[in-house]
Design a protein around this ligand. Structure first.
Ligand code: CA
Length: 229
């Protein structure tokens, strides 16, 4: 899952980026409204964390522009302004959630998980797919109740597929959501990581859909024909 963090307070930006990275997300950052708007306009993000008081372009304006252009990613606004009118302006501009500063990082992380869950149509923070169980709070994975040790990239890959379970996810989409903007992207490496994941998990969990991508599904459930779907 890839997150855009738009925050002009350098210390807070560094702190949040570290917390989000430690929690298993890929994070791009912007320090002013124009740069933030550009990134949100050109890169696909799973969640955006947007400060309202920003240089060059106010957060509310950034959000209004995205929504006007049809960008529908979940946006959580951060604001030092605790006035009810600012919250209303934020929601009316298209925000999905807000957090007033100061806040606990744990609460921000919980809200991000909730936004991702909602976008994926999931009811709980534990995702169960056949023998596989993913605890998105602790970034822990078990298979038939046994812990599976994954590298951070393997976990990101699995988590992305799990949030899109039953859907075919292309390699390009995976590359876009698993790496930050500075990474030298090569979609061939995705194949390598999928191969490693398959070795660590039930090999039938991740299906290759020829020419289209990958699909994570409970192998005990009857498989549909994705090429026709
Ligand atoms: Ca600010």
């Amino acid at each position: 899952m890839r997150i855009l963090l738009v925050e002009d307070d350098g210390d807070l930006q560094r702190l949040l980026k570290k917390s989000l990275t430690d929690a298993g997300y890929v994070v791009d950052t912007a320090s002013d409204g124009e740069e933030g708007h550009f990134l949100g306009d050109t890169e696909p993000y799973d969640v955006v964390i947007l400060d309202l008081g920003l240089p060059k372009m106010d957060g509310v304006r950034v959000l209004e522009k995205w929504r006007k252009d049809g960008r529908s990613m979940p946006v959580l606004i951060l604001t030092a302004r605790d006035r009810w009118s600012d919250k209303v302006a934020g929601f009316d501009a298209g925000a999905d959630d807000y957090l007033a500063k100061p806040f606990y990082t744990e609460e921000l992380l919980a809200r991000v998980r909730a936004l991702l869950r909602r976008a994926a149509g999931l009811a709980t923070s534990e995702i169960e797919i056949g023998p596989l169980r993913i605890d998105t709070r602790a970034s822990r994975v078990t298979l038939d109740g046994n812990p599976v040790k994954l590298t951070s990239l393997e976990y990101r890959l699995l988590s992305y597929l799990a949030h899109h379970r039953g859907k075919v996810v292309s390699r390009t989409e995976l590359v876009e959501h698993l790496y930050d903007q500075d990474f030298d992207r090569d979609s061939n490496t995705i194949e390598v990581f999928v191969g490693r994941l398959r070795k660590k998990l039930d090999a039938n969990l991740i299906q290759t859909v020829r020419g289209l991508g990958y699909c994570l599904e409970d192998p005990s459930v009857e498989q549909g024909d994705h090429a026709k779907a």
